[in-house]
Design a protein around this ligand. Structure first.
Ligand code: HEM
Length: 497
């Protein structure tokens, strides 16, 4: 049964009825395959011309994905930390669009690959859209945004081979070791999820939660933990399954939703005051670090349920545009330099990839009132374009009402945050501190059972075995800095002294 009832009487794109969709006009006698095609054949020309233009630019990262619709339901009283309307009032539900992506490979490459998964959510609220653009691991490979394009290229294809190249991958990571904690997560068995229903989404960044009518804020890290239990694949199993079904995760997700077996996640926050952040062991704006749960426990807030497959992948998921800059009152950015850079990069990418009016498309359009008459025209403007309303600010002829307060987040309250200093070039440095949480992760794997540590070594060795000796040595030295026994185990398995 089609999901939508529609009149299926065929027409050309301009609505003109046409008698057949598979004929072409030609001049000649009626013998088969003999005659001249005609320029007057609008149907043929329109069909071929449209086909050549079917693709929009692929996302430079996170191009291959699974998508679904769902809802977020408030399960706890969150009013003491945020006034965001969609997080307040137990039982309150908001519509969600969710896109789970693989970061490096092109779409269509096999899905049981070792890679960080992107977790993008658009929550349609009465105060506008709230996007969460997270990852499946809680830390990241870099903390200096200028390195982002380099890091991603090293994970993607080699410029001349046009295939992934472990030399590039390790060349980047051996020489940018701040990512060691994220590498520990990537090379654990969780680095290849068993399916996309059993993985977690993490903000990684520190955000702020704010409350209307107060000047204060709290810092938060947000977690979506699967209610099914996170599950990864062992390397050999991942290779076998990927060979059998390259689209394993997409098919699994689609079938579960179609059969009414809806996956759910619990949304949690770790909450820290500004004062605690000042004195904390870790810099809260460094996204290569986590906040251990024993220091800042998980506080449940809401439940996410995915319950509807996209009606059409291109219109619902490919054209969807998510951005960390899309935030409702009650949620605000922190000083994390990566987050600040991302707030520029995503709308910029969407304007290029989908077009300047991408927010008007059904998959992106807010369910709330929108009135932004100072952003007008542009390609594919198909909604009202504000008629004859003034296109300039401060008109006394047609006054505009304002609803929010001006403040640090642009539309919400100000925060008690004072910064002083001087303009200078800055790049972070790698220190022993960067290895401490990575070491903790190695011991966590040990507590999960001896197999987990063994598998970690197997996973790293599988990637390192074809790599040039200087990078093998560099990687071994890096893992020795995590834990000498780990570096030695990798060296032994590679046969390197
Ligand atoms: C400076 C750092 C970063 C930059 C410049 C950056 C830039 C980008 C760009 C340009 C895209 C493609 C967007 C599009 O074409 O619509 C993208 C996608 C994405 N990024 Fe990042 N990114 C950064 C770091 C991160 C981090 C730290 C996370 C997670 C915590 C993340 C999660 C994602 C996700 C989930 C997507 C896919 C969004 C979708 O489904 O459309 N990125 N990123």
């Amino acid at each position: 049964m089609p999901a939508t009832k529609r009149d299926r009487t065929y027409t050309l794109q301009e609505g003109c009825p046409y008698g057949s969709a598979s004929t072409a006009q030609r001049f000649g006698d009626q013998r088969p395959v003999r005659g001249l095609m005609l320029l007057q054949d609008t149907q043929l020309i329109e069909t071929l011309a449209h086909f050549s233009r079917e693709r929009i630019p692929e996302r430079t990262v996170h191009a291959g994905a699974v998508g679904a619709w769902g809802e977020l339901e408030v399960t706890h009283d969150n009013s003491d930390i945020t006034s965001a309307a969609f997080l307040n009032g137990k039982g309150k539900k908001s519509k969600v669009l969710w896109r789970l992506s693989i970061t490096g490979p092109r779409p269509g490459q096999y899905e049981t690959t070792r890679d960080v998964r992107g977790w993008a959510m658009k929550i349609f609220t009465e105060q506008g859209n709230q996007d969460f653009v997270f990852n499946s691991i809680p830390t990241f490979f870099i903390r200096d945004p200028i390195k982002f394009p380099s890091m991603n290229r090293s994970h993607k294809v080699h410029p001349s081979k046009n295939a992934a190249d472990p030399n590039m991958f390790w060349d980047f990571h051996v020489n940018n070791q701040e990512g060691i904690h994220a590498l520990m997560m990537l090379f654990s068995n969780r680095g290849i999820p068993a399916n996309v229903r059993q993985l977690n989404g993490y903000s990684g960044h520190t955000y702020k939660f704010t409350r209307e009518g107060t000047d204060g804020f709290v810092y938060v890290k947000i977690h979506f933990l699967t209610d099914l239990g996170a599950k990864g694949l062992k390397l050999a199993e991942a290779k076998r399954l990927g060979g059998l079904q390259p689209s394993l995760h997409t098919v699994d997700m689609h079938e579960h939703i179609a059969q009414g077996k809806f996956p759910t996640w619990t949304m949690y926050a770790q909450v820290m005051t500004a004062e605690q952040a000042e004195n904390y062991r870790w810099n809260v704006f460094d996204m290569t670090k986590v906040w251990p749960h024993k220091d800042f426990p998980l506080r449940p807030m809401a439940k996410l349920t995915l319950n509807k497959n996209p009606e059409n992948y291109f219109s619902d998921i490919e054209q969807a545009a998510f951005s960390p800059s899309t935030m409702v009152p009650g949620i605000a950015a922190s000083l994390d330099p990566m987050l600040q850079a991302r707030m520029f990069a995503y709308p910029d990418a969407a304007r290029y990839r989908v077009g300047v009016n991408y927010q008007q498309l059904p998959c992106n359009r807010p369910v709330s009132h929108v009135y932004a008459p100072y952003e007008r025209d542009g390609a594919m403007r198909y909604m009202t374009n504000y008629g004859s309303d003034p296109s300039y600010v401060n008109s006394s002829l047609v006054p505009v009402q304002f609803d929010s307060k001006i403040g640090a987040s642009g539309y919400s309250i100000g925060h008690d945050e004072v910064i002083s200093g001087r303009v200078a070039g800055y790049a972070s440095e790698v220190t022993d501190d960067d290895f401490e949480q990575a070491r903790g992760m190695w011991h966590v794997l040990g507590k999960q059972g001896p197999e987990e540590q063994n598998d970690f070594v197997v996973n790293v060795v599988d990637s390192l075995q074809g790599v040039v000796p200087s990078l093998q040595t560099g990687a071994i030295a890096m893992f020795k800095r995590v834990e000498p026994a780990l570096g030695k185990a990798i060296a032994d398995a590679l046969g390197v002294n």
